[in-house]
Design a protein around this ligand. Structure first.
Ligand code: IVH
Length: 708
């Protein structure tokens, strides 16, 4: 193609046309180069096209297209990434560690779908790349937004960076793109690029990455997209989120469609007509592992039929239609130098092995957890022992066993301390109320006076999934704590008001300046409004993780309601206690941790102080709008059209909750065949009773949102 018109004579209309042509042409060559591996023009010719594109855009900045090839070289730097909620949560995968567990998976699928053993189940087997997942949104074929996975519910907007990634088309190569399409997949750095990158980092004094996955994550989260552009990130599509139209009947066909639209798709992927074939593919891939250009940690099997995937749905954390068959963990020998005792935020004393540094699975390991006192004495681990260390994927390195014949003569059994190494308070093991046995964990009784716990508690409070206050790391919190400036979470919200009143102002403290102090104040101010589930999680109550916090937020609309209900639940015969346990996902351990927490006056004082400073956003927004959303549903008897698991899944997808028992809080009782006493109970309480067909009618989304 010729660029006859010189730049200065180009009219607006001509420029617009030429930019459109260049976008097309460059996208075509990108595809030949990155996806099909068969370029037809030289690098020089390619560069000439992009230079021309850049020059025209410079003269007519108003004509820069959303799919402009110039985005590939990176937009101007950002200050931070915007947090954006995923329209559908980004889940993770369940793991299987051997073929029995894979067979169990298929067994579960058959039972769930009620398929007899004669029915064939096609699977797709693909490498599980050790990268990080990203979600790419296309509106009418144009790439509009890209998010990291984040915590699965909320990711970071890294659109400008994703525009620079190979295998991410800026525009879909199709005449009739879907109105909305969110393609999900893996971002990764190739092994050879990783080595080159680290060499470059070393030479320029930059930070060296521990493994390709960290390099990918670090590179994708660069504030300056031109840095990302230089990092050679890759993308393989392996799924989707929100879609405005069905993509196809099978996963394998959809992957082909993605390929046709310009996405990179892993070519090692195989369609397997049976589980036996899939297990053979696992072995083939494992044999190729070291030769593959990227790091993998297993093989993912996915049910090929999309209607089955839809029926199977997902549990809280992972879909039921896929499983990751992991490769065996990698192991190494090393010497255990010392056993230290760490005190966690809940006061748990954890023995940790300090090791002579050793490389396991490409990562240098210097520490391994020894779990607890019992585990330590069971393995009879001693200082000076030669030990076997294992690392499985992302999991903290584990100490597998001691090499007894290498034990030093003078070695002595390790004596576990009975006082907290941090505050000197007594450390005790609780007795399990049900079994009467000693708990495995020894805990410091120093509660709030124990520096380890206070600082840990604060650190947890400001952590990413809790209040997410940037600029407050462990070091800063410790310094504030030592100087008595922040002793409890509520002090954070007085920091700005009291600044400079009793000592030097923050901007004069070591490690701080005016800008960083201002930034911290504003980060704290922004968090004066907080979602209810984050608030609950931030309290750091034992056994209350993120998903339990979310369940509580959803079931108890507000803080007062939650606290009052928990106080009443101290009586195990009360309705409140029954109600708490009827929440699917809350067991006795979590229930008693919650009740113990609110019964402790010191904790309630902390809650009161906090609620004085905060606006707690108590609405829990479901992703799909339906008459079921926010409602509590109880099923009784057996359903004809779906299994219990499917029914529960349907309710949760529609934003409701399933409870196992009826209370005054129940909104609907669905009565199937052979229903028992529950339907009578429901009638007595005046709760709406639905037949199976009425329920099916109700359990539909009102509208699937395509706009946000
Ligand atoms: S499918 C519901 N396919 O593994 C999640 N994931 O442990 C569906 N991953 O977060 C994911 N290779 O980042 C899928 N071929 C593959 C994958 C893959 C790597 C990652 C992905 C996900 C994690 C889950």
């Amino acid at each position: 193609m010729s660029h006859g018109t010189s730049l200065e004579h180009l009219t607006l209309v001509q420029a617009k046309e030429e930019l459109a042509r260049l976008a097309d042409e460059l996208a075509h060559h990108d595809r030949l180069y990155y996806v099909e591996n068969s370029p037809v023009i030289s690098d020089g010719e390619y560069d000439a096209l992009s230079v021309r594109n850049g020059e025209i855009e410079e003269r007519f900045p108003e004509l820069v297209r959303p799919d402009s090839p110039s985005h590939r070289v990176g937009a101007p730097p950002a200050n931070s990434f915007l947090k954006v909620a995923h329209t559908q949560p980004m889940l993770s995968l369940d793991n299987a560690f051997d073929s029995d567990e894979v067979n169990d998976f298929i067994g579960r699928v058959r039972r769930f779908l009620r398929l007899c053993s004669e029915v064939n189940i096609d699977l797709v087997a693909e490498p599980k790349i050790d990268g990080l997942s990203a979600a790419l949104r296309y509106e009418h074929g144009i790439f509009t937004r890209g998010l990291t996975r984040g915590d699965g519910h909320e990711g970071e907007d890294v659109t400008a960076n994703l525009r620079t990634v190979l295998g991410v088309p800026l525009r879909l190569d199709t005449k009739s793109p879907p109105a909305v399409l969110e393609v999900r997949g893996e971002i990764f750095v190739r092994k050879d690029d990783f080595l080159k990158l680290n060499l470059r980092q070393e030479n320029t004094g930059g930070s060296v990455y521990a493994n390709p996955r960290n390099a990918a994550s670090g590179s994708l989260r660069q504030l300056d997209p031109s840095v990302t552009a230089n990092r050679r990130l890759n993308f393989y599509a392996h799924g989707w989120g929100e879609i405005s139209t069905q993509l196809g009947d099978t996963y394998s066909v959809i992957l082909d469609t993605f390929l046709g639209w310009g996405f990179s798709v892993n070519q090692v992927t195989k369609l397997c007509p049976s589980i036996e074939d899939a297990l053979c593919v696992y072995q083939e891939i494992e044999a190729q592992r070291s030769e593959l250009p990227y790091d993998i940690d297993g093989v993912v099997y996915k049910i090929n039929r999309i209607d089955w995937q839809d029926r199977l749905g997902a549990a809280t954390r992972s879909p039921r239609w896929a499983i990751a068959h992991k490769f065996p963990a990698e192991r190494a020998f090393t010497v255990l130098r010392r056993i230290i005792i760490q005190v966690g935020r809940t006061g748990a004393l954890t023995p940790v092995a300090e090791l002579s540094p050793v490389t396991v699975g490409g990562v240098v390991v210097q520490r391994a957890t020894l779990h607890n006192e019992d585990e330590l004495s069971r393995k009879d681990v001693r200082e000076g022992d030669t030990v076997i260390i294992q690392r499985a994927g992302d999991v903290i390195p584990q100490l597998v066993s001691v090499v007894i014949n290498k034990r030093l003569e003078e070695s002595k059994p390790f004596i576990f301390p009975e006082v907290c190494p941090e505050c000197g308070s007594g450390a005790y093991r609780e007795t399990d109320s049900r079994t009467g046995r000693l708990e495995a964990t020894r805990r410091c009784s120093g509660g709030l006076i124990c520096p380890a716990q206070a600082v840990e508690r604060l650190r947890h409070f400001v952590s990413r999934d809790a209040f997410d206050i940037k600029g407050l790391g462990e070091k800063q919190i410790l310094a504030f704590w030592n100087d008595g400036i922040i002793k409890s979470p509520a002090d954070l919200f007085n920091l700005e008001k009291n600044d400079g009143k009793t000592g030097p102002s923050l901007s004069l403290r070591e490690g701080w300046g005016e800008i960083s102090a201002e930034r911290l104040f504003s980060a704290i101010a922004q968090r004066r409004t907080i979602s209810f589930d984050r608030f609950i999680y931030a309290l750091g109550i034992r056994h209350i993780g993120r998903s339990t916090a979310r369940l509580l937020a959803r079931n108890y609309g507000g803080l007062d309601e939650l606290v009052n209900s928990l106080i009443m639940a101290r009586d195990v015969t009360s309705d409140s206690y029954r109600e708490l346990l009827s929440i699917d996902g809350i067991g006795e351990t979590a229930a008693s941790a919650l009740i113990e927490f609110v019964l402790e006056p010191k904790n309630r004082a902390v809650i009161d102080e906090l609620s004085f400073h905060l606006e707690i956003n108590e609405v829990f927004a479901p992703t799909v709008d339906s008459v079921i959303s926010g409602k509590i549903v109880v099923f009784t008897g057996s359903l004809e059209s779906m299994t219990r698991g499917e029914a529960k899944n349907r309710v949760e997808t529609l934003g409701g909750t399933v409870s196992s028992s009826i209370s005054s809080k129940t909104d609907y009782v669905v009565v199937g065949q052979k229903a028992g006493s529950k339907s009578r109970q429901a009638r007595d309480l005046g709760i709406t009773i639905l037949s199976e067909s009425q329920w099916l009618e109700m359990a539909q989304p009102l509208s699937t949102t395509t706009e946000r």
